[in-house]
Write a protein that binds this ligand. Structure first.
Ligand SMILES: [Zn+2]
Length: 364
């Protein structure tokens, strides 16, 4: 049962919620149309490995220039902006980094922004602020509402499948996030600025279940799968702002474990893998359907075994055991990490569950 009080079926409800997010166009051969309607001349913000694939469709008399992203560092971007050619619009083309820098430039120059994600890895295309680095620390800065986000099925379809599939992490994490918020509410530990809101929790459940329903399609990379996952991101990106910059219903212990694993190992991850492991570890600490969440990640084809992301079980164990100290030091919000002490049994059960689930997957 999801979305109580709301009639109709889950997919319709989820689509209505997604409609609260940025204007999004799904279709074919969308990149080639951009020169016909984007304000001229336009500046394309993309990545060095992507530009050769799209150059023929975007080059021409109306291209003001191309910026190939090589830094997310704020001070460098501020300086970079002054060196870029004058333009009447910004086109962001790529994954999270290119789209975030495109947002930053559109914000700085107050220009219309057109976003073209090349994979469904994260919800970055659908958030107002750019995820940048300020002296190495992550900062979500600025304000950009794109004219539209263009989801070109061929473009998404040509991305590595694991990049696309791993986008489920940024939606399935609502499972652990909601539980954390309920826990905080029960214990009187919600933050004053984020009082518990059942309506937001219900909406997050509706959106998440619509993605759970589409896991096979997402794994396959079908149009229906791309649509379901992108609509999940679309709501997730906008609800953070629309609820008053409140992450409570969409992020919790799931992401905290990932941040801590990143801190410990210094690795650069495909976002959905460590977040997916965080969802399973978090739901295990919560005693909140860990088996179901492990099965969901496996079904989507997102391998959350440490070895699949270049770390070890020892790293994961350290991330779990230091999680409480880490979240307090980082000033993160109240979650199961604050109430449940990680035991040897938790660590063993997590490993057992993840290995069993993915061993089954490998032989299926
Ligand atoms: Zn995320």
């Amino acid at each position: 049962m999801t979305g109580p009080g709301r009639g109709g079926n889950r997919a319709t409800d989820a689509a209505t919620l997604a409609g609260q997010g940025f204007r999004t166009v799904f279709g074919h051969e969308l990149v080639g149309e951009l020169p016909a309607f984007v304000h001229r001349p336009y500046l394309v913000v993309t990545m060095a490995d992507l530009w050769p694939r799209f150059e023929d469709r975007l080059a021409g008399p109306h291209l003001a220039g191309v910026h190939l992203v090589d830094t997310l560092e704020l001070a460098e971007l501020v300086e970079l902006e002054t060196t870029l050619p004058r333009a009447a619009a910004i086109v962001g083309l790529g994954g999270g980094q290119a789209l975030d820098v495109a947002k930053f430039l559109a914000w700085t120059r107050r220009l219309p922004l057109f976003q073209v994600p090349t994979a469904t890895t994260v919800n970055a295309p659908f958030g107002h602020r750019a995820g940048l680095r300020d002296q190495g620390r992550v900062r979500y800065l600025g304000w950009a509402i794109p004219e539209a986000v263009y989801i070109d099925f061929e473009v998404i379809g040509s991305a590595p499948p694991n990049l696309n599939r791993s986008g489920v992490g940024d939606v399935l994490c609502y499972h652990t996030a909601r539980w954390d918020w309920q826990l905080a509410d029960r214990l009187g530990r919600t933050e004053a600025r984020w009082p518990y809101d059942q309506r937001l929790v219900d909406d997050a459940a509706t959106v998440m279940e619509s993605v759970v329903d589409a896991l096979d399609e997402i794994r396959e990379g079908s149009e229906a799968g791309i649509r379901a996952l992108v609509n999940g991101h679309r709501w997730g990106g906008t609800t953070f702002h629309d609820s008053g910059w409140n992450p409570r219903h969409i992020e919790g212990v799931d992401h905290f474990l990932f941040y801590n694993l990143e801190r410990i190992t210094g690795r650069h991850f495909i976002h959905g893998q460590p977040v997916g492991l965080g969802i399973v570890a978090g739901s295990l600490l919560q005693d909140n359907e860990p088996d179901r969440m492990a099965a969901a990640m496996a079904r989507a084809g997102v391998d959350i075994r440490p070895e699949a992301m270049g770390v070890t079980w020892d790293d994961v164990e350290e991330a779990l055991r230091t999680l409480r100290a880490y979240v307090r030091q980082a000033g993160l919000w109240f979650t199961v990490a604050d109430t449940v002490s990680v035991t040897d049994e938790h660590v063993a059960r997590l490993r057992e569950l993840v290995e069993a689930t993915f061993a089954r997957e490998a032989t299926a």
